[in-house]
Design a binder for this molecule. Structure first.
Ligand code: PAF
Length: 279
């Protein structure tokens, strides 16, 4: 596996190598990311991963400074899992001048849920993703894999790629879960031992909400409120626990199995976790 830091070196390394299959990450890789890399390997001629902790998608009070940076260990994992090329730009490589041109995603999709609780988050995500895609896919079209755990992010990025006619297909990567059901995330590393034992309660709350939403005569607002109250009683501070239509993330017009997703974000101690279940 080759590691490059600059855009020029990335493009030189990709030249003549066929269609890239790309996995963008912020590093501190776990089995969830490695699953995306495994998936990407069958989708292109050359498997490319990026590691870049993107300042633009963190609010001032969030964990940009403390976000785990484990480049050497990550590179070793990527090599062992068959990645061909790692793009690990320094901030000055990707943002050599202040990034004053930014992507404003559709507020209908991006200003609710995560975007409501983290204003500006999807502008930061779309800006860096557009830039990364334009670095990787300048020579040849291909595929990029985004984890479905970040459900709204996947939808926002997919809509951006479609609207800008980017030469890249956005593919969903399945959420990887620990034995108890907790979705793998780099932020799980912030949890204390006691919090880690409790962390599956978010998934359990979403599971319970999804099951109850399909029962005949379900009153969705009441079920969502009950799920929030249950999580609060367990010591969490939830931002949202809600059922939406998969097609556009709007509140459902009908509670029909196979068209819905339960999404949640909640803070346990100082750690904010998100998860979702399609049903
Ligand atoms: O999901 C992530 O890790 C990040 O939001 C992404 C897509 C790599 C952009 O920084």
């Amino acid at each position: 596996m080759q590691t490059v830091h600059t855009i020029a070196d990335l493009r030189a390394a990709l030249s003549g190598r066929g269609h890239p299959a790309f996995v963008p990450t912020m590093g501190n890789l776990h089995e969830g990311h490695l699953g995306l890399v495994r998936q990407a390997r069958s989708l292109g001629d050359i498997t490319v991963a990026s590691i870049f902790v993107n300042r633009l998608q963190f609010l001032p009070h969030e964990d940009f400074d403390s976000y785990p940076r484990t480049l050497e260990q990550d590179a070793e994992l990527l090599r062992a899992h068959g990645c061909d090329l790692l793009f690990a730009p320094r901030e000055a490589d990707l943002y050599p001048e202040p990034q004053t041109y930014k992507v404003q995603p559709d507020p209908q999709l991006a200003d609710m849920l995560e975007g409501h609780f983290r204003p500006g988050f999807f502008t930061g995500v779309c800006t860096v993703v557009l830039k990364l895609l334009s670095c990787v896919f300048a020579g040849s079209p291909g595929v990029a894999v985004f984890g479905a755990k970040d459900y709204q992010q996947l939808m926002v990025v997919r809509a951006m790629a479609r609207q800008f006619a980017l030469p890249v297909e956005i593919v969903a990567g399945q959420t990887c879960r620990a034995g108890d059901g907790l979705a793998l995330s780099s932020r799980n590393g912030y949890l204390s031992e006691a919090e880690r034992a409790q962390a599956v309660q978010l998934y359990a709350a979403l599971r319970g909400l999804a099951d109850a939403a399909l029962a005949p005569g379900a009153d969705l607002p009441a079920l969502e409120q009950r799920a929030l109250d249950t999580l609060r009683a367990q010591g969490w501070q939830p931002d949202y626990l809600t059922v939406r239509q998969r097609s556009d993330l709007q509140p459902p017009t009908a509670l029909q199995a196979g068209t819905l997703v339960a999404l949640g974000a909640a803070r346990l101690g100082g750690t904010r976790l998100i998860d979702n279940i399609e049903f």
